[in-house]
Design a protein around this ligand. Structure first.
Ligand SMILES: Cc1cc2nc3c(=O)[nH]c(=O)nc-3n(C[C@H](O)[C@H](O)[C@H](O)COP(=O)(O)OP(=O)(O)OC[C@H]3O[C@@H](n4cnc5c(N)ncnc54)[C@H](O)[C@@H]3O)c2cc1C
Length: 493
């Protein structure tokens, strides 16, 4: 493919067989490439900055033969979810008993052990009751049709208001559980704080019917990536090819297809590629950091504003492998309840000393009976990613000992994700901050360039999780966005 590109560059290509460069080999990039190739396009090239496929999907095997997912873990929803369908057809889903959910307000079971910071274990029924109420508030927020006057409202204030006026807040430990629910919800929403998160825009995300937490089989998410990769000719993806700049023409002189290869893509290593169309699938976090230099000429200001206005949150995982299972057989996770509220402003700059208070708890991991996974979000996750892994492990073990009073051994190995530190990702997934109209911003983000009133030259197109107005944050949103942009090019011809 690489050689073919250079050959075609020299001879000029027929408009019916355009050269398409896709930037990024995550789910959106692979879906775009696969769609184009399956529909007979021969000149498709994917430039990937890292040395692997998958982007924010990263299946590893650090603790033996079984997989650990450092990025996406579940397929969210079944009906209408193309990745669930694909995984099902190919026999890639986990067996029923291995569908382990993250412990979140909507999924608390008797196997979830809740401890407060004084070492007291709570009745799970109490936790269940508060969590169920929290779930009903989230559904209320989700289903309510807010008009624009609510655009400055945040989810945190709404939840507080409802909770403190309910009889539930009188129960002992109820407020601690409620605070835990809010911390846990930050993981789902990838927001540092629910007080930054838009209440009115919550319902723009569409939940698909069927189980929310569908797990993959022994091959993990990587098995789906492998299937997509097999649809592509050998060497369609070039690895270790970070793109430095996309040179496009903001005012093409003639009609939509008469200019051949109007876009020049320059990589960090100096290599250059010409294309008729470039599909940019890099994360919103990467765009927030690099949009000003990644495009020449610069992106239109409305697009730059949309990139800045949408939120890109940080969610990190901490895996602890122990020599033996110290927690009871019937315990699927240990949840930590703090006295203080999540958003307690008292900490000021001192939050760094108590970064660990953002860890919701430690859940068991499918197929690993000696491994626990902790979740952390926001600035505390960012801070954690910069600490030494050993120190992170020590802090986690101290928490587990203090809360449970159990004899917790030191971990044999610690592995944490570093999505924020990764220069090609810069966070985890999109969230909708207070004060914006999500659909409008996403529409602007998706608009192909250059914007012309007449034809659609489609030099630069945009895909990726953040560009899907209903399924942002997810792998299926990313996948569908890649197909959307590939089909836009196919329609053009
Ligand atoms: C911790 C975590 C947990 C998650 N859990 C789930 C989950 O359970 N279920 C779910 O559905 N989703 C989950 N997600 C979200 C999901 O992983 C993403 O929405 C999805 O994978 C995004 O795919 P993408 O193709 O849009 O972007 P990416 O996967 O980010 O792909 C973009 C690619 O572009 C590359 N790139 C960046 N800059 C350049 C450049 N200059 N030149 C060339 N290449 C470049 C990157 O290296 C990357 O490979 C999770 C994400 C994280 C981080």
């Amino acid at each position: 493919i690489f050689l073919q590109f250079h050959r075609v560059m020299a001879s000029g290509s027929a408009p019916s067989d355009p050269q398409v460069i896709i930037i990024g080999a995550g789910f959106s990039g692979l879906a775009a490439a696969s769609t184009l190739v399956e529909r007979g396009r021969k000149n498709v090239l994917v430039l990937e900055a890292m040395d692997r496929l998958g982007g924010r999907v990263y299946t590893v095997r650090p603790f033996g033969d079984d997989t650990i997912e450092l990025g996406a873990n579940w397929i969210h929803g079944q009906q209408g979810n193309p990745l669930y369908q694909l995984a099902k057809e190919q026999g890639l889903l986990a067996e029923e008993e291995l569908h382990i959910a993250m412990c979140s307000p909507g999924c608390v079971t008797l196997q979830d052990y809740f401890f407060n910071e004084h070492g007291k274990q709570l009745e799970t029924e109490t936790a269940e009751k508060v969590c169920a109420y929290f779930g009903s508030l989230m559904r209320k927020a989700f289903d309510k049709d807010f008009d624009l006057k609510y655009s400055s409202w945040n989810l945190g204030d709404f939840l507080d208001q409802e909770f403190w006026s309910s009889g539930l807040s009188d129960f002992t430990d109820a407020s601690r559980i409620f605070e835990w629910c809010k911390r846990s919800e930050c993981t789902d929403e990838a927001s540092s704080s629910l007080y930054d998160f838009s209440l009115s825009q919550l319902g723009t995300y569409k939940l698909l019917e069927g189980g929310v937490y569908n797990c993959l089989g022994p091959g993990g998410y990587q098995a789906i990536l492998d299937i997509l990769q097999r649809t592509l000719p050998l060497n369609t993806v070039l690895y270790n090819k970070p793109v430095r700049c996309i040179h496009w023409l903001d005012s093409p002189r003639t009609g939509s297809t008469s200019l051949t290869h109007p876009v020049r893509v320059v990589c960090e290593d100096g290599s250059e590629f010409l294309a008729d169309h470039v599909i940019v699938t890099v994360s919103l976090g990467y765009l927030q950091d690099n949009a000003l230099t990644l495009f020449d000429p610069q992106l239109p200001s409305r697009k730059l504003k949309a990139i800045a206005r949408l939120g890109f949150g940080i969610v990190s995982k901490i895996f602890l492998e122990f020599d033996y299972r110290f927690w009871p057989e019937d315990c699927s996770g240990i949840q930590l309840l703090w006295d203080e509220g999540l958003e307690d402003k008292k900490h000021g700059e001192d939050w760094k000393k108590v970064w660990h208070k953002k860890i919701c708890g430690f859940d068991e991991v499918a197929r690993h009976d000696r491994v626990l996974c902790g979740w952390i979000t926001g600035r505390e996750a960012e801070y954690m990613e910069n600490l030494d892994e050993k120190e992170v492990g020590e802090v986690c073990v101290r928490l587990l000992r203090d809360f449970t009073g159990w004899k917790v051994p030191s971990p044999r190995r610690v592995l944490r994700s570093t999505w924020w530190k990764n220069p090609y990702i810069r966070g985890s997934y999109t969230y909708i901050p207070v004060g914006i109209d999500a659909v409008k911003e996403q529409e602007i983000l998706v608009e192909p360039l250059p914007s012309t009133q007449g034809g659609e030259p489609l030099q630069v197109l945009f895909a990726g999780e953040a560009t899907h107005s209903q399924y942002y944050t997810t792998t299926h949103g990313a996948y569908l966005s890649g197909i959307r942009e590939a089909e836009r090019i196919l329609r053009h011809y």
